[in-house]
Design a protein around this ligand. Structure first.
Ligand code: MG
Length: 380
């Protein structure tokens, strides 16, 4: 019995030897779910890649040093658009759920990637959730369209790329001393996002303020479990001049968050409480703003809808990210002139970004001027 290339590569990604093989030459033998014999139609392939973090990345619920991403390539008419999935366990995804979902997609039934609305409706309908897997396809289709038209995405959308907001740079949880060192090391960033939500929040804030007077935003990642504790901590943050607090309590405790909003003097932003368009009306009373991430929203199309909907509720809008390469961050950067705040530091937290194209200028993450996402594979 012979083994097809597709089956061999499926086996390769799940075995140690195979994984090393895939790592070495992912560009040469990309995994493909398109029928080998297909001569027309859109082709979808994907590649797995491991992003290495500069520091151990700890938030209130998890800690990691590497994180897998999956690059999806959509090819038609001799042009390839690239997207990225950075799966997050909080949203029930990992690398294997992403590749399993991508395997279920058959784009050979479509000939024209410009039919993005229909294609993405089809992808959305395959199964619920799988938001970052869907985002990879969405981003790849947008990149393809920009490349086909020869324009960067921000121009396609009528935006001025110099109007991107200043990004925050994330300081993950560590000992107060190490957090101070990370802040000193990140001197070029004008705004820090401090991760809290464990027991030593006051100690962390005291240490942070000892080394910087810059604007601080704070993310508790659902870490505070009672509204009384959350209220006490937010008052402490207010006293330290924090600009806003992100997701103080678990997403399910919406009425507690609404209670908090009545009692604190800084904006409360939703992150884990808001994934897609349909969440916005449900949470609008409890929060002052939302943090949109392409990996939660299923990509650019849904993020656009969310931006306009949130404006209708007079909510503030932040555009955030997971740990992502320049592919995912560029997709968000092109959109970012439409929002109030950005937290687009995913590619700045890693040491082996396989793509380039973004520029960091005066704390702003500026998208490239090349067609589509404006990114290219890094040399070597
Ligand atoms: Mg957050």
């Amino acid at each position: 019995m012979g083994i097809s290339r597709r089956n061999f590569l499926s086996a390769a990604v799940t075995t140690g030897v195979g994984a090393a093989f895939m790592k070495r030459i992912p560009q040469i033998f990309p995994h493909t779910n398109a029928k080998e014999a297909a001569v027309s139609g859109i082709k979808l392939t994907y590649r797995r890649y491991e992003l290495k973090l500069r520091h151990v990345f700890t938030i209130s619920r998890s800690s990691k040093t590497v994180t897998p991403v999956i690059f999806a390539d959509v090819t038609a008419d001799g042009i390839t658009g690239t997207g990225e999935s950075s799966p997050n366990a909080r949203y029930h995804e990992d690398a294997s759920t992403v590749t399993a979902f991508l395997d279920r997609i058959d784009l050979s039934r479509y000939d024209d990637p410009f039919e993005r609305e229909d294609i993405l409706d089809y992808v959305a309908g395959i199964a619920p959730e799988n938001t970052s897997a869907k985002a990879a396809v969405d981003i790849a289709l947008h990149d393809w369209a920009g490349k086909k038209l020869g324009v960067p995405l921000y121009k396609l959308w009528g935006l001025d790329r110099n109007k991107v907001p200043v990004t925050s740079f994330t300081i993950a949880i560590d000992t107060p001393k190490v957090m101070q060192d990370k802040i000193r090391e990140a001197e070029e960033y004008p705004i820090y996002k401090i991760k809290v939500g464990l027991d030593n929040d006051a100690e962390i804030m005291k240490a942070v303020r000892e080394v910087t007077k810059k604007t601080l935003r704070v993310d508790a990642n659902e870490g505070w479990k009672t509204k009384e504790v959350a209220l006490e901590r937010i008052k402490m943050l207010q006293d330290n001049g924090v600009e806003f607090i992100e997701q103080p309590m678990p997403a399910a405790q919406l009425s507690d968050i609404a209670w908090l909003k009545e009692r604190v003097g800084i904006p409360i932003m939703a992150d884990e409480s808001v994934l897609s368009l349909y969440d916005i009306p449900k949470i609008a009373e409890a929060f002052d703003g939302i943090n949109i991430k392409l990996m939660k929203s299923t990509g650019i199309r849904e993020a656009m809808r969310m931006i306009h909907t949130a404006r209708a509720f007079k909510m503030k809008i932040m555009l955030g990210c997971m740990i992502e390469s320049s592919v995912g961050i560029s997709a968000a950067a092109h959109l970012s002139p439409l929002v109030d705040y950005t937290d687009l530091d995913g590619n700045l937290l890693i040491t082996n970004d396989p793509y380039t194209g973004l520029t960091l200028k005066d704390g702003r993450v500026i998208p490239g001027d090349g067609p589509g996402l404006g990114v290219v594979p890094r040399e070597g």
